[in-house]
Design a protein around this ligand. Structure first.
Ligand code: ADP
Ligand code: TYD
Length: 208
């Protein structure tokens, strides 16, 4: 067991297999004897889950880009305070489905000046990165098909369609170049078990 825990995030476009791989990794590490907390954003604490339904349900133009950024950041702050930081301090492995990279993409790429605002707010209110981020890279059309096939009410972002998916995919790959030490890219266009082998290997390297 580690004296101090590990914080791992999964990132990628909608339908890339993040939740699936996060769950498989959590099961794998739990079997190995690690104390694992599997969580997600937006959400992962009582208050943040309430904010989640505000931002993910309803009309696509329900919030301005700026208001949306504040809501996602408020949810993240609560999640950090109440779930992530206490677990990592207690030596646990926290596996989080999306974190701040999603805000850098979904809110940060909305217009020319938004990324700077995202970064400023992150520095002010969050100030924390995962130890490791696994980016599942995925064909945008395939990802959208998978996401829409789930048929949930949380489709505000899926409603933006294939063009947004393609833009996010390119943005995530550029982000991996920006943070090469933290973000590891894996190919998600393969069967679940094959993707999981890569995920496990990368996570194990960080647990050593
Ligand atoms: P995300 O959390 O990135 O949106 P999910 O893990 O929820 O993605 O996966 C979206 C859908 O695609 C689910 O129905 C899941 O079972 C399926 N799926 C996930 N990974 C794969 C894969 N590698 N190949 C085929 N289907 C997959
Ligand atoms: P999520 O439930 O992970 O969706 P999916 O399983 O389809 O990938 O996230 C819901 C949506 O929230 C997703 O479209 C991305 C968006 N999102 C943001 O726009 N900003 C953020 O900071 C986060 C965490 C998510």
């Amino acid at each position: 067991m580690r004296a101090s825990g590990l914080f791992i995030s999964f990132e990628g476009i909608d339908g890339s297999g993040k939740s699936t791989q996060a769950r498989l990794l959590a099961d794998h590490l739990t079997k190995q004897g690690h104390d694992v907390v599997l969580t997600r954003e937006p959400g992962g604490s009582v208050g943040a889950e309430e904010i989640r339904s505000l931002v993910l349900e309803g009309e696509p133009d329900r919030w301005s880009a700026e208001t949306e950024l504040l809501l996602f950041t408020a949810a993240r702050r609560d999640h950090l305070e109440r779930t992530i930081d206490p677990a990592v301090s207690a030596g646990k492995v926290v596996i989080c489905d999306r974190f701040a990279d999603s805000t850098r993409m979904y809110q940060g790429l909305r217009s020319g000046d938004m990324r700077a605002r995202v970064d400023a707010l992150h520095d002010l209110m969050i100030g924390r990165e995962p130890d490791l981020t696994i980016l599942i890279d995925m064909d945008p059309d395939l990802g959208l098909g998978r996401a829409l096939a789930r048929g949930t009410s949380e489709e505000r972002f899926e409603a933006f369609g294939a063009q947004l998916q393609a833009k996010m995919r390119a943005g995530f790959l550029a982000l991996a170049d920006e943070f090469p030490n933290r973000i590891k890219v894996i190919n998600g266009n393969r069967p679940i078990e094959e993707v999981a082998v890569d995920v496990t290997r990368i996570a194990q390297d960080h647990l050593k």
